[in-house]
Write a protein that binds this ligand. Structure first.
Ligand SMILES: Nc1ncnc2c1ncn2[C@@H]1O[C@H](COP(=O)(O)OP(=O)(O)OP(=O)(O)O)[C@@H](O)[C@H]1O
Length: 102
């Protein structure tokens, strides 16, 4: 079977303090032991990797990025980019998890 060169990981960030303050609700959750998320009540989407609200930077790095770094050292070209709406956690995830809370 042909290997697909593009893989998609989804990371769900926790609600921010200001969102909790405004009583906003989490609308997406991970189905345990799968690579699926449920949006709203019953819309299921499957990805190559799924990380829930409690996921750690290291977990994400080891699973998704480290294999690419090893390929890079072997001479392959690799690209990692974050995509998502503003405030969804791109900088936090790519930059190491030290973005100021607001
Ligand atoms: N996994 C996470 N755990 C805890 N806090 C997070 C997480 N991801 C993001 N945040 C927090 O959410 C806020 C927005 O994150 P971030 O700035 O990374 O979003 P962004 O997608 O880069 O936004 P923009 O497109 O506007 O630059 C920050 O306060 C960040 O600390």
């Amino acid at each position: 079977m042909e290997e697909i060169p593009v893989k998609v990981a989804v990371r769900i960030r926790p609600l921010l303090p200001k969102e909790i303050l405004h009583n906003q609700q989490v609308c997406v959750r991970v189905v345990p032991n799968t690579q699926q998320v449920i949006m709203g009540k019953d819309r299921a989407f499957t990805f190559d990797f799924v990380f829930g609200q409690k996921s750690l930077q290291n977990e994400l790095y080891v699973t998704c990025i480290k294999p690419l770094v090893l390929s890079l050292i072997e001479g392959y070209n690799v690209t990692v980019f974050a995509y998502g709406q503003t405030g969804s956690g791109k900088t936090y995830t790519i930059g190491g998890g030290h973005v100021g809370e607001c």
